[in-house]
Design a protein around this ligand. Structure first.
Ligand SMILES: Cc1cc2nc3c(=O)[nH]c(=O)nc-3n(C[C@H](O)[C@H](O)[C@H](O)COP(=O)(O)OP(=O)(O)OC[C@H]3O[C@@H](n4cnc5c(N)ncnc54)[C@H](O)[C@@H]3O)c2cc1C
Length: 344
């Protein structure tokens, strides 16, 4: 095999939180065919393997990973078909997601501009069904190309079989670790995006007196909003939102509303109400906090983002996280769920 397999590699550079132990082995895959070769190599050594992208949704345990990490670098973007209504595009899984978004917008296509500037690779996007500003990948994804570790074969899974839901999919749940995503297919439109827009986007567009919309305008607006609110993981160690937004029953929301009249909720699936995790964290007293004990802080303009200022270990991060979880539970009776995966 021609792929270079390195030994005892620090995983800090493979998580945007920059914490964690070592990988016993690590290799970069540049072509689809590197995948079965590396999987076979790991099986031959009798060790587990794991495929990752940019590590923007991963927190590595201090113990590290006694197996093979495969870093996905498979590149390629192409338009598969096009007519006056839109185009179907194929994106290889190692492409940087935001590069792919920029490419589709340059081609005058609409559908993923709301998901601009989300860090990471295209192949990880279906894993947690990335979403922002009221849009979700599952709205425009038609197919996921995979290498199936059970059948040792390449294949594809249509969107309706991906088990997509809020920030999740079968790739994160029932079939975690089984499929290595090699490409995604998206159906995009040539029609310009239009209102209603998500509140913060609507406010930005109003403030900037923007009333003519196309995918480029929306992409620029989303990039400007995100850059003003969120730390750039290339410069500041963080995993974006550290908790997912919780869903509660209407009755629980009603009683919370009595106690906290300013609490906001949005109607969601199955009669549930979606709450803003960031608001709960702020109310629990964690806005702009610098915790000297653990070296973790919360980002001043978005308390949901935990920042590694000078933490030494993942244990530090988890201990700070627990302070937030405990306080939110005590105040609101809600247990926040961590969004970035703790691996392995
Ligand atoms: C500043 C910041 C802002 C963010 N904002 C958002 C946001 O608005 N919305 C949102 O949804 N997310 C957001 N995220 C989270 C993150 O960007 C996404 O989850 C992204 O899709 C992760 O991509 P990645 O390549 O870094 O995946 P990684 O972190 O490397 O991997 C994530 C998971 O996917 C698996 N995986 C990765 N590649 C593959 C593959 N090819 N095949 C199978 N499994 C694979 C990994 O094993 C792991 O389980 C944000 C993160 C940061 C740091």
């Amino acid at each position: 095999m021609v792929v270079d397999i390195k030994e005892n590699v620090s995983l800090k550079s493979y998580s945007t939180m920059r914490l964690g132990g070592q990988a016993r082995w690590l290799a970069e895959a540049y072509e689809e065919n590197d995948i079965p070769n590396l999987v076979e190599w790991a099986k031959h050594q009798n060790v587990p393997f794991m495929v990752i992208g940019s590590g923007s949704n991963i927190v590595w345990r201090d113990e590290g990973f006694n197996g093979l990490i495969i870093v996905n670098k498979i590149l390629g973007k192409q338009i598969l078909s096009e007519d006056e209504a839109g185009a179907t595009v194929h994106i290889a899984s190692g492409e940087i997601w935001d590069d792919a978004v920029g490419w589709t917008v340059e081609k005058g296509l609409s559908g993923i501009e709301f998901l601009s500037l989300i860090p990471g690779t295209a192949g990880a996007a279906p894993v947690q069904n990335i979403g922002a500003y009221g849009a979700e990948l599952s709205n425009i994804l038609t197919e996921v190309g995979v290498y199936d570790d059970e059948t040792n074969a390449f294949g594809s899974i249509i969107a309706s079989q991906c088990g997509f839901d809020y920030r999740t999919s079968r790739f994160k749940q029932a079939d975690k670790g089984r499929f290595i995503i090699t490409n995604i297919t998206l159906k995009l439109s040539k029609k310009s995006p239009g209102p209603p827009f998500y509140d913060s986007l609507k406010n930005y567009l109003n403030e900037h007196k923007i009333s003519e919309f196309n995918s480029k305008v929306i992409r620029n607006a989303v990039i400007n909003i995100r850059s003003s609110k969120l730390p750039d993981p290339a410069e500041i160690a963080n995993n974006g939102s550290f908790f997912t937004n919780p869903f509660v029953e209407q009755s629980q929301f009603d009683s919370l509303k009595q106690k906290y009249p300013e609490i906001k909720g949005w109607p969601a699936k199955d009669g549930k109400i979606k709450l803003a995790a960031g608001w709960l964290v702020e109310q629990a007293g964690f806005k702009g906090v610098h915790d000297d004990e653990t070296g973790i802080s919360t980002w001043p303009t978005q308390a949901l983002v935990l920042v590694n200022e000078h933490a030494k270990t993942t244990a530090d991060l988890l201990s700070f996280k627990q302070k937030i979880v405990d306080k939110v539970r005590e105040m609101f009776g809600i247990t926040l769920e961590q969004e970035p995966e703790l691996l392995p």
